[in-house]
Write a protein of this length. Sequence first.
Length: 170
Amino acid sequence: METDCETPNESDLLKRPGSLFRRSYQICGAVFARVYVGLNLRQTRFGVLFCLHFQGPADQTAVARELGLDKATLGLVIGGLSRRGLITRTRRKDDRRRIELRITRAGTVLFKRAEKRSPQFREALMKVLAPEDAATLIWLLSAFVNGHQELARSPLVESKVRRHLALPTR
């Protein structure tokens, strides 16, 4: 039976932005796991420790907004960090509905060990690109993320930490 439609082949799929973003995310996770091996950290756990280290004690909702995570996902992440003694969770006295997160001494030690590997992580991710192409990729991804904020489950907000990690300009 003949049709007028061309059947896309496998290589066509890898040219589609959605497929490329998904594969990129998988690769990023694999590189993170290799670089941070032995620390029992995932990217979201590292993100929480990063926020609490640089920002200080923070409300759970603020950390979720900071990282662009929904509250349910953050709840799972901070539960694990809390069980490991890396953060504490306490109800705020002024509003018992809100939970304040603090990094512990053990969390700070682990964060500093992990942070020392950050340059290695960036290098491992970008080693396949020329330096100017790596800078362009970061700029394009930043523009993409910023341009689609309204579609995110948890849009990023301006904050002390985000200012610390100022987005590149062209």
